[in-house]
Write a protein that binds this ligand. Structure first.
Ligand code: 13P
Length: 349
């Protein structure tokens, strides 16, 4: 099956009332782990690469691996997404490679660190939307600023400094015509999100619900959504790691989000933890080993287990065969003739 439009995946998820995990990749083993989990659970899937990942793996290697994944798993709808594009050029280069979806993170300036103004965000995001939609490619925008730093991208901080304002979210969706909207509700990238199990004072599900009420048909995106489970932390620390005590986003809060318009859930850290724990275990228990396959195979299996679990928890499991993929060229026509709406439904306050 060719790569699928992310818009189609999210529209289908909205119809079915479930969320779709978007898993970050840098290399072959991670792509294989995601595809094995998608096959095992019969899930549609979003695979995403940050700018850092594209640089690490080199664009062509990474994209050919995704094409191989699509060829080897014709029954699985796969969208390939640029995570946190920092500029029009980054998004354009992903589209030229064949990505079916891009995130224009205009919440930050091009340096990927400094918060941008609302006007700057709208201008660059709209430019990407116009370019991408002409080519049938999906666009995710961001309003509000997440906490933490991932692959050198991020404003840092706790995630509470620049929460999304629901009124601004409405204005942003109307002015840009994005297909999906990432919002800031107190989450941050990486392992260190919360110092205790998060409650409403730090994880603002009320903000998410308020945005969903105003934008009932807009696909919302939760970034920084790893749960950072204690058992994965424990494996790392048991075999020589030094992670400090930390909490992520509880799965039940993500499920509450899914009941309130969240259709894309970004997960990277949990997979990194799972792989690192598995590698540490092998090298700790068998220090004589030196064949990378001895630790990459268990690492790949550990990641598959986490991804399959999330696919089930997010509700996408079992939905791979629900629909036939629409060609990207047809999606482009849909944007052009208005059958694929780019204007959000806005509910009165
Ligand atoms: P985590 O660091 O919580 O996995 O978040 C990943 C993410 O949001 C990628 O954009």
């Amino acid at each position: 099956m060719p790569l699928v439009s992310m818009r189609q995946l999210l529209d289908e998820a909205a119809k079915g009332g479930y969320g779709v995990g978007a898993f970050n990749v840098n290399d072959m083993e991670q792509i294989q782990a995601i595809m094995a989990a998608a096959k095992e659970t019969k899930s549609p899937v979003i695979v995403q690469a940050s700018r850092g990942a594209r640089k690490f793996a080199e664009d062509l290697y990474l994209f050919k691996l995704i094409q191989a994944a699509a060829e080897l798993n014709p029954e699985i709808p796969i969208a390939m997404h640029q995570d946190h594009g920092n500029s029009f050029e980054t998004c354009k280069s992903a589209i030229e490679l064949g990505y079916t979806s891009v995130m224009m993170d205009g919440s930050l300036k091009e340096d990927g660190k400094t918060p941008a103004t609302f006007e700057e965000n709208v201008t660059v995001t709209k430019k990407v939307v116009d370019y991408a939609h002409e080519r049938g490619v999906t666009v995710e925008g961001e309003i509000g600023v997440l906490g933490g730093v991932e692959d050198g991208h991020g404003a840092g901080g706790t995630g509470l400094e620049h929460l999304t304002d629901p009124d601004q979210a409405v204005e942003f969706a109307e002015l840009t015509g994005v297909d999906a909207l990432a919002i800031a509700i107190g989450t941050s990238h990486g392992a260190y999100k919360f110092t205790k199990k998060p409650d409403g004072s730090v994880l603002k599900m009320d903000v998410l619900i308020a945005i969903h009420k105003r934008l009932p048909n807009t696909h919302l995106v939760m970034h920084g959504s790893s749960s950072v489970p204690k058992d994965l932390q424990d494996v790392i620390n048991q075999y020589g790691g030094k992670l400090k005590e930390t909490w992520g986003v509880p799965v039940e809060e993500i499920q509450l989000g899914i009941r309130n318009g969240v259709r894309k859930i970004n997960v990277d850290t949990d997979n990194r933890l799972a792989m690192t724990g598995a590698i540490r275990k092998v090298l700790w228990e068998s220090p004589e080993k030196f064949d990378p396959r001895d630790y990459m195979k268990p690492a790949r299996e550990a990641m598959q287990k986490v991804v399959a679990q999330r696919m089930t928890q997010f509700g996408q499991a079992g939905h791979a065969g629900d629909y036939a993929p629409i060609a990207i060229t047809e999606i482009a026509k849909g944007y052009a003739n208005g059958t694929l709406s780019t204007q959000p439904l806005v509910a009165a306050r």
